[in-house]
Design a protein around this ligand. Structure first.
Ligand SMILES: [Zn+2]
Length: 313
């Protein structure tokens, strides 16, 4: 239906992009409230610095930030560029998901899952936190999707309005729903157990915690959505993305160390005071965003890659 005519395609995707921008702004605010211990339901949005309540005109995604040159209108405090960047990323995720899944119930399910992943990424970057609420929302969206798919199929709704690939879900409504439940349970439990075993072995080998409990939950939820086959692909992608992020962080870290060393030398030259500080341990590294990006890539490319891979045998 999405590709019925160029006009429908363009119009639908522009609407989805606007929805993605608004949701990106809303979810960013939600993540901020979770990490700062504020109520997620009550209270108005406000400036982090001066606490001034924000009006409708201050809450337009990306444009408000651009219009005020990245500063608070009331106190002039700088507002990080990560806000508009997050909103644009959320809109990009939304558009690619609808472009791939079409106007279907499955697309709605994946948008909810992507929104939960977006919040988890932000809270993990900010505070090394994977909120249980976001995990519960993701699991609930999958359960509701399967139940709704069954109800709609049973009442004679065209499978093309429910699934992105209806040809993969043919048969009696009960059989289709049972197959979805089976794949989700095997994926969620199977992937969860395999990851826990890997983590226990890694912890023993490295002699320290290799992966947080939140990351394990996130992999299990991914298994619940994609089944175990696509999760093989997902774990590989998550590790590659994680390595890229870790490399960037190490590069930035060494640059900061270099600056600190230079500063300490300057202080010593001028005052004779030895201000050199040794970094005793590397900072922890949030893995959640890498898993979230891997989930996004799996939504878009998981099925074709797995089909190709299993045809090799
Ligand atoms: Zn302010």
């Amino acid at each position: 239906m999405l590709y019925a005519s160029p006009f429908i395609t363009t119009y639908s995707l522009v609407c989805v992009a606007l929805l993605g921008l608004v949701m990106g702004s809303f979810l960013g605010c939600l993540a901020w409230r979770i990490t700062h211990g504020e109520s997620v339901l009550r209270g108005r949005s406000h400036c982090d610095e001066c606490g001034h309540a924000l009006g409708i005109g201050d809450l337009i995604p990306v444009f408000s930030w651009l219009a005020h040159h990245g500063k608070c209108k009331y106190c002039g405090a700088r507002i990080s560029a990560k806000h508009p960047i997050g909103e644009l990323l959320c809109a990009t995720a939304y558009v690619t998901i609808v472009a791939h899944y079409g106007i279907t119930l499955e697309a709605v399910e994946m948008l909810v899952f992507a929104s939960a992943l977006f919040v988890i990424s932000l809270t993990d970057i900010e505070d090394y936190l994977v909120p249980n609420g976001a995990i519960v929302v993701a699991i609930a969206a999958r359960i509701v999707f399967i139940a709704a798919a069954y109800a709609l199929l049973a009442s004679g709704v065209d499978a093309a309005l429910i699934f992105a690939e209806p040809a993969k879900h043919v048969g009696a409504p009960a059989d289709v729903a049972l197959a979805l439940v089976r794949d989700s349970l095997i994926g969620g439990v199977g992937v969860g157990i395999i990851i826990i075993v890997i983590v226990i072995v890694m912890d023993k080998v490295l002699g320290k915690e290799s992966m947080g409990g939140g990351d394990i939950k996130l992999f299990a939820v991914a298994g619940f959505y994609f089944g175990w086959q696509q999760c093989l692909f997902l774990v590989i992608v998550a590790c590659i993305v994680g390595l890229v992020f870790a490399a960037f962080q190490m590069k930035r870290q060494s640059q900061e160390d270099e600056n600190d060393k230079q500063l300490a030398e300057d202080i010593k030259d001028q005052t004779g005071f030895d201000a050199a500080l040794e970094r005793t341990c590397l900072p922890a590294f949030p893995f959640g965003p890498s898993i979230a990006i891997a989930c996004w890539i799996t939504m878009l490319f998981g099925a074709p890659v797995v089909n190709w891979y299993f045809k090799l045998f």
